[in-house]
Every structure is written in C-alpha cells, then in structure tokens.
Design a protein around this ligand. Sequence first.
Ligand code: F6R
Length: 549
Amino acid sequence: MCGIVGYIGNKTAADVILNGLNRLEYRGYDSSGIATIENKSIKISRAVGKIKNLYSAVQTEKFSGTVGVGHIRWATHGKPSEENAHPHTDCSGKIVIVHNGIIENYRQLKKELISSGHKFRSETDTEVIVHLIEKYYSGDILSAVKTAVKYLKGAYALGVISQDNPDVLIGVRYDAPLVVGVGEKEFFIASDIPALLPYTKKFIYLSDGDIVELKKDSCKIFDISDNITERKINTIEWDSLMAEKSGYKHFMLKEIMEQPQTIEDTFRGRLAVEDINEFFGEININPQTIRDINKISIVACGTSYHAGLIGKFLFESLSGISCETDIGSEFRYRDLIIDDKTLIIAISQSGETADTIAPLREAKKHGAKTLSICNVMGSTITRESSSTFYTRCGPEIGVASTKAFTGQLTALHLLALYFGIVRGKITKDLASKFIDSLIQIPHEISEILKKENEIKSIAKKFFKKSHFLYLGRGLNFPIALEGALKLKEISYIHAEGYASGEMKHGPIALIDENMPVVCIATIGRVYEKILSNIEEVKAREGIVIAVAT
Ligand code: F6R
C-alpha cells in the first residue's frame, strides 16, 4: 500500500507534494521520493526512512518547479532502498513515474525489455512500466502511456510526467485507488483524499481503466475504451482524520473492511500453478529443498501463531509434510530436534517480534532451512530468514491484527499448495480447482461484511456478559482461539477458545444460562461432530451463537 501525490498548477509542486505525502503517512512507508520539472529538465530526490529525510534533501536541492509527482513506498518487490524508492525513470531519464499497486507480469515484461536493450536500475516491478512507456514514446506522452498500460497485468495507480511534455501530468487508475483534486487553475492526483484536503475539497473519483491528462487549466479523462468521458466532481465534507479512516470510526474497522482487497493483493500474480519455478524463484527456494525436507516447524506469536496452527493442517494435507506449530516464546526453550532437513517457517505481521526472532536464530544454529511469512519488507525477520513470502496487506494501524491474519492464511494456502505440487502430493489439475475456490474468497468475505447490522445486533445483546467460550474443530479450532483473543483484547471480556471435542474433558462445567458460546459450525469433515457439541452446550442451557455455513 504505497501512496502517490501529483501536482500541476502555479504553486511550488514540491511543497504541495511533500505536504500530501506527509498526510498519507498512515498508509505506511519505508522510503519516499519526489520528481519535478525544473527549467525543462527532471529533478529527482529519494530517501530511505522517514519523510523528514526527503524534506531535508528537497530543501538542500531547492525544488521550484510547478509540475511534479511524489511517492511514499511500502515495499512489496525489492527491499527498501534508495534505488528501489520511486520515482523511477526510463533509460533517458526524461520520463518519470510513481506507482501504487502490483504488476503481476513484470518478470516477463522485464525479460523482454532487457533483451531489447533497456537498462534497469531497481528490483521493483514498477520500473517495467516506465520502460514500456519509453518503448512506445514518439513525442506524445499521453499516447505512450495509453499503449503501455495495455501490456500490464495487475493493479496500478500511476502518476507520470515527462521532460519533453512539461505542461502535462498524467494519472492512471486500474484496481488501485487514485483521485483527482480540482483547484483554481491547478489539479492534483493522490491515492487518497486526506493528502489534498488543505488544497481542495473537490474531488473526481476515477473509475478502473481511466487515464487522466491534466494541464493547469484542463482535465481530460479517457475511459477504459479510450472514449473521452465526464466524471462527477464531488465535494468532501470529512475532516482529515475521518478521511484517513475512509469514513470509518476506527482504523480496526477500516482494516477489517479492507480484507477482500488485501487477500486479493496477496494472491495476485501467484496463481499460475503451471509455473512452479516462477513461484519458487519469488520465495528464493530451490524446489529440490522442498522435496528434501522431512519436517516443517512453524513459529509465531499471538494471531500469527493462530495462523500457524492452520498452516499445520494445510502443510500436512496439501503438501504431505509433517508439521508442528509452536509459540515463539516456548519453542526457544525446548530441546529442539531439528536439522538441515527441517524447514522453519516464521510468521509475523511486523517482522519485529522478539519472541519470533529468537527461535529463528536458534533454529539456524541447528542448520535448519528458514522461510518467513511477513508483511513488512526489510524487517528483521525477513533479513534473518533465507527467504520470505510477503503478505501484501499494507500497514496495520489498528493494533489488533485483522487483515494481516487473513493475509497470512492466504500465504499459507499458496505455500502449502506449491509445496504439494512440487512434492507430487497433488496434481496441477486439483491445484487449479483449489485456486478457483481461493479466488472466490474476497467476494465471499465482502458478502459477510455486508452483515454488519446482524453482527451489531448480536453485539448489543451480549456485550455485558463477562465470559465467552469459542468452540471449533479441525481448521476451525485455531479460528476459535483467534476469535477469543480478539474479544479479549478489544472488548476486555474474558474469553477462551477450545477444541470442541475437549469440552467433555472439563470445561463443560463452565456452561450455564449465562455463558454465550460461539460455535464455529461450517460445513466440512467434522460438521456432524460440532453439531453434537452444540447439543451438549444446549443441554446445559448455554447460549449458542453459531457461525455457520
Ligand atoms: C493480536 C495481535 C498480536 C500479534 C503478535 C505477533 O491481535 O496483534 O497477538 O499477532 O504480537 O505479532 P507479529 O505478527 O507482528 O509478529
């Protein structure tokens, strides 16, 4: 989840862009950059780390142009570094772009562009876009952009400027957010409204496939079929904080609602089961290593541990590899039986959890292979693992993990699937069917999120209860643990998650007419069993809240 700002008008572009980038800080960033057109040439500055680093660079170098683009980067392809920070330029250095999104077919495009002589300077997927524009450029930047984007697969919001077309700022939107801010003899583009609120309250929401050509006093929008089109100008009444939360009351709620998008981003470009080598290339593991291992050991904490418990089911059933999952802070104090045939998978949203880092280090001492599933590129866990599979959820600002959890589950499904294919445990045909179901999940989650009113009415009924139980079996047992954890940390209500088969071994004594029991009863192998557990709860007059298919 990167952020883009662009400006064309009479103000100093660098001031507007830096201010805008600063206001997009909540989207998370590890580096930032800016480019403007100064006396008919392009001037660029990029910095790793805090935006204040970019501020200092811009102040020293004195940017005074009135057209420009800027970017805050949350790394997804290539580590956070100055070379990988945007803006990126073509070989001539005359065309400049900033990009938010993921280009799925960048490896293929990069190969083709390199073989036709283009020189790449970064490890990003973004750089292919600017070289493609260069390839189709013959004096008209708008038409080059229009042609180039036809070759892109994936999600992209772009800001483009070019030295030879100094009076034009181009924006493109496809499956990634981009708004146009409308001012007096000036226009803006940005990934999100808060970036521009000090300058305008008037916004145009672009539709997917739109390309906008902005000049100081004109705005031309071309739709996906290249027809000139009109889009409504909306006036925004939100204050900046409301706008940062996209109108939601809390960041956590916003992040819950983002899940259909973050899941899709996590599997985007990673579903081509025919191309095994491509997949293992991305995670930087030799497929032979996966054939050779005889055990997977997952380590993680909190919510990531719960994702790891589900990972155990997936690796055993899809990949046929024996798997155990441990809490990070416990694992390090065990007498470990691991060796170079063990693959340690560390799962962490932040990549900085000390209790997960320590076991990773310990496992390396025993010669184990290491892989991490992580959301933050360049974090300690990713640096200390031999390879990393990134979730692409964007920063999690609400402290409780929500979208990171479902991103981790998506990553675990993909890894288990590919491990299964490479080890001959599942056929590519079966994997394709599995992927067909995976692709439906964002839509299904959207449908569930529409039930907000039903969920609120249940919450209103039970919020004064002091204790809750969560029950699940099989894959749904870790989900029960995660549900109980969320209730505890967000509502301060005591909650326990149990494997429902364990009820009769003691905890059933807790159930009476005051105990709400959340039973996860989705259709599957153990459906009949959970139904009989529900009967047990009802026999004790417990209150059943069923999460059912
Ligand atoms: C719960 C939560 C924590 C984290 C745990 C691990 O909502 O957020 O339990 O899951 O602290 O953090 P990461 O995944 O960053 O290693």
